[in-house]
Ligand binder design. Structure first.
Ligand code: SAH
Length: 487
């Protein structure tokens, strides 16, 4: 039976602007036909076995002919396959969605339309420009500037556009910008009217150039702005001076590489993205759990030195948290304490400095002579903690719950790292394994950000001088250090 085709908008680029419906349909589609300007992350919602067909421009070359796309839509649907036709922005706003729907209707194939957030509204909003405004614009026009304005058959009525009582939003107009401005001014639009060009709107590399209509083309050329971009003309463009928000975020324009294990990266990545950074995940390490037999946890004190250690300890623990009822619990830092909390344990001791030395200091008042202490940690950790505890007369058991192994960087990883303005190191093992993965290649111009003195020392021992060291040796401290490293 012929399946229904869904013409789906994917929004302008920020994966957060995909609609719930789009995500839902992507998750069930057998076939996804997609364009160039969709958020790359959108396809992650597709099933692993879905057929993904790229129908956009090949490099700078020609687009798959529209008739061919329409033929594909019809034939896949007739084969009973659930088709999502995924388009940038909104499918019916300069997306040829109308033509595709007509073709489907003509072929008798049922279709549904899922609107998307269109670039003209979204890129403007992300640039701090409301397209309408009670005092400044009571109408907005979406205009395609694709046509050559010099062509006699140009579909645009420049007189009407110049007179239009509201905001003009041009799509696809970057190449023709100076002609557009000239035509508008020639037809009577004031040359001193505010204008703005928003390129890569809603994406991490968003850039906005403002100026008057008369000067905007020159400014854009100077700034080297490249498509995709929209151009706004109208008094609302001035509001950006007060309403700009995205490009003002503290990490906007930074590309931050996160080298910690992928499974641990999301918390840091989220924090950085929320501050405006583009995050590239280039994990240098992976956590490999070790088969462990936990000693009966009858210890007076148990020390945890990482969130991973806590997680794997509880996986290995026969029974539940009650097994630890008789033990004092120490965590090396707040992340480890938070992980303990998820297992129903509040740490008794958390040091001010989140390193082994700090934990030893924090344990200064703890009676240790003749006490049994368990240190739950990684296989390759430093011995500062067990040695220090033994010096104070404790009987120390060390249990290695996991080892840290290399995660290959791969070509994509190397390319991503090459774009980074900052590379973050959250442990000595991230340093060691990344240096190994780089195989002699350096970190280029990127600023090197270290979580603390131990990691910095490891960096130096590999001939890398950290540019920034966090004052607080945890993720919050690292983020703070990055924000503080503003140019
Ligand atoms: N259907 C799409 C528009 C497709 S036409 C929509 O509704 O948004 C392609 C044009 O859209 C580009 O030339 C550019 O003008 C605009 N555009 C698409 N993505 C954009 C983005 N992230 N930032 C700025 N403009 C964008």
């Amino acid at each position: 039976m012929t399946a229904t085709v869904h013409l789906v908008g994917a929004g302008p680029g920020d994966p957060g602007l995909l609609t719930v419906r789009a995500v839902e349909l992507l998750g069930t589609a057998d076939v996804v036909l997609y364009d160039r300007l969709i958020p790359p992350e959108a396809l992650r919602h597709a099933r692993a076995d879905a057929e993904l067909v790229y129908v956009g421009k090949q490099g700078g070359g020609p687009q798959m002919p529209q008739a061919e796309i329409e033929r594909l839509l019809v034939s896949r649907a007739r084969a009973g396959r659930r088709v999502v036709r995924l388009k940038g922005g909104d499918p019916f706003v300069f997306g040829r969605g109308g033509e595709e729907a007509e073709a489907l209707a003509a072929a008798g194939v049922r279709f549904e339309v899922v609107p998307g957030v269109t670039a003209g509204v979204a890129a403007s909003a992300y640039a701090g420009i409301p397209v309408t405004h009670r005092e400044l614009a009571s109408a907005v026009a979406f205009v395609t500037a694709h046509e050559d304005p010099d062509k006699p058959e140009s579909a645009l009525d420049w007189d009407a556009l110049a007179r239009f009582p509201g905001t003009l939003v041009f799509y696809m107009g970057i190449k023709n910008l100076s002609l557009i401005a000239e035509r508008l001014i020639g037809a009577g639009r004031p040359g001193d009217q505010p204008a703005a060009v928003v390129a890569r709107g809603t994406l991490p590399g968003q850039r906005t150039v403002s100026g008057t209509l008369a000067e905007i083309a020159e400014r854009v050329a100077e700034a080297g702005v490249r498509p995709p971009a929209i151009t706004l003309v109208g008094p609302v463009a001035r509001l950006r001076e007060t309403l700009e928000w995205l490009e003002r975020r503290p990490l906007h324009g930074r590309v931050v590489a996160v080298t910690r294990a992928r499974a641990q990266a999301s918390g840091l990545a989220e924090r950085l993205r929320a501050l405006g950074a583009e995050v590239v995940e280039t994990p240098a390490i992976r956590i490999e759990p070790l088969a462990v037999e936990l000693p009966e946890p009858t210890h007076d004190l148990i020390c945890f030195t990482s969130p991973n250690g806590v997680r794997l300890f509880f996986e290995a623990l026969p029974g539940d948290a009650r097994a630890l009822a008789g033990s004092r619990i120490a965590a090396i830092g707040p992340g480890t304490a938070a992980q303990l909390h998820t297992h129903g344990i509040e740490a008794d001791v958390v040091p001010e400095r989140f390193v082994a030395e700090g934990l030893l200091e924090a344990l200064a008042d703890e009676p240790l002579e003749g006490r049994r202490v368990l240190v739950a940690r990684a296989a390759e950790a430093r011995d500062v903690l067990p040695d220090g505890l033994r010096e104070r007369g404790a009987a120390v058991d060390v249990v290695a719950l996991y080892e840290t192994v290399a995660e290959p960087l791969g070509e994509d990883g190397a390319a991503a790292l090459g774009r980074a303005t900052h590379v973050t190191f959250t442990s000595s093992s991230t340093v060691r394994f990344l240096v190994e993965a780089l195989d002699g290649a350096g970190l280029g111009e990127a600023r090197v950000v270290s979580i603390g003195p131990v990691t910095s020392e490891t960096l130096r021992s590999h001939g890398i001088e950290p540019d920034v060291e966090a004052r607080r040796h945890d993720i919050d401290g690292l983020v703070e250090a990055l924000v503080g490293d503003s140019p």
